[in-house]
Design a binder for this molecule. Structure first.
Ligand code: NAI
Length: 328
């Protein structure tokens, strides 16, 4: 079975080639992202493997179908970048990796919270330059802080468990109730209450039409003054212009992002020798209380091994005409 990868990076080759030793598929790695200009590159390959910023909109899906594609395997959990209706109409199956390592993203969420709070990114630079002054580095104890989890699925729950270890009070808002929440000491609240009571608010819901810009001018205004806002979910959960205004007037005291709504033009590439044209992103970088990573929360070797294995199993199920359980 021929499989064409889009947006492939050296680490994809490493992990997929290792895992594929047990499966024996013919893997073809393209560096370009999938979009309307690259979809025709798929030839003789019934399977395409996509990542978070590959764009499988209706037009792209139609081209893929014309090229003989029958299966899209996403090497990620989110599937907001695939037009599922168009895929169904074109007879293309879509599968994903619903769970690989929720720990990878949850632990990165903590890395952002801790770095923003204790300003370790700034302290690192100061100490390197022989500046041992503490002014501007003051943090707060996480113990006793109220943390709100917007979305209490796999990643939200692991994040909650870690935060429980710090002695935080945990609140959650989710459209579905999870029995485990009570054992974890999590109190379910409404969205307005979550916004109103959280000292730290962390986003772990998927990007859907309902959650797009769930953090906007109105919801930001309901938050505690000086709130710490963390997004390791999807960029478009936050209206970036609105959050910039809230940073300027102090309503948001700390912002930690691993995702950004216009990240597809930026992330996963070395742009250090170019002039970045995205003024909104560049404005975010000017705030001392904003910490951004380039969609790396998933990026642990454990997660990459898990992603490669589940993706190969998904393809194997397709080859055998069986359900993988990971269809979307
Ligand atoms: P999950 O499906 O286990 O949990 C998502 C939770 O969000 C569910 O409990 C669901 O009921 C809830 N939810 C859905 N719609 C909601 C709404 N309107 N309001 C409140 N809650 C809602 O997914 P998981 O594995 O926890 O991942 C969460 C998200 O994290 C993914 O959808 C993906 O976008 C993002 N992610 C980011 C990564 C990164 O590297 N930064 C890596 C992996 C996932």
């Amino acid at each position: 079975m021929n499989v064409t990868f889009f947006s492939s990076k050296p680490y994809d080759l490493t992990f997929f080639q290792q895992t594929n030793a047990d499966f024996g598929f013919q893997l073809r790695f393209l560096k370009v992202p999938l979009d309307e200009t690259t979809a025709e590159l798929v030839t003789g390959s019934p399977v395409v493997c996509l990542f978070v910023n590959d764009q499988a909109n209706a037009a792209v899906i139609r081209t893929l179908a014309r090229q003989g594609v029958r299966l899209i395997v996403l090497r990620c959990a989110g599937f907001n970048n695939v037009d599922l209706d168009a895929a169904r109409q074109a007879g293309i199956q879509v599968m994903r990796v619903p769970a690989y390592s929720p720990h990878s993203v949850a632990e990165h969420t903590l890395a952002l919270i801790l770095a923003l709070n204790r300003k370790t990114h700034r302290a690192y630079n100061r100490v390197k330059e022989g500046n041992f002054a503490l002014e501007g580095l003051m943090g707060f104890d996480l113990f006793g802080q109220t943390v709100g989890l917007l979305g209490l699925g796999k990643i939200g729950k692991v994040t909650a468990r870690i935060l429980g270890g710090f002695g935080c009070q945990l609140l959650a808002y989710d459209v579905v109730r999870d029995e485990e929440a009570e054992q974890l000491g999590i109190e379910y609240v409404s969205l307005p209450e979550l916004l109103n009571r959280s000292d730290i608010l962390t986003l772990h819901c998927p990007l859907t039409p309902e959650t797009r810009h769930i953090i906007n001018k109105d919801t930001l205004a309901r938050m505690k003054k000086g709130v710490m806002l963390i997004n390791t979910g999807r960029g478009a959960l936050i209206d970036t212009q609105a959050v910039i205004e809230s940073l300027k007037n102090g309503q948001v005291g700390y912002l930690g992002l691993d995702v950004y709504e216009e990240e597809s033009h930026l992330f996963f590439e070395d742009l250090s020798n170019t002039i970045i044209q995205d003024d909104t992103f560049m404005r975010l970088l000017t705030f001392p209380n904003v910490l951004i990573t380039g969609h790396q929360a998933f990026f642990t070797r454990n997660a990459l091994q898990g992603i490669a294995r589940t993706t190969c199993r998904n393809i194997q199920a397709f080859v055998e005409g069986k359900a993988s359980g990971n269809e979307v």
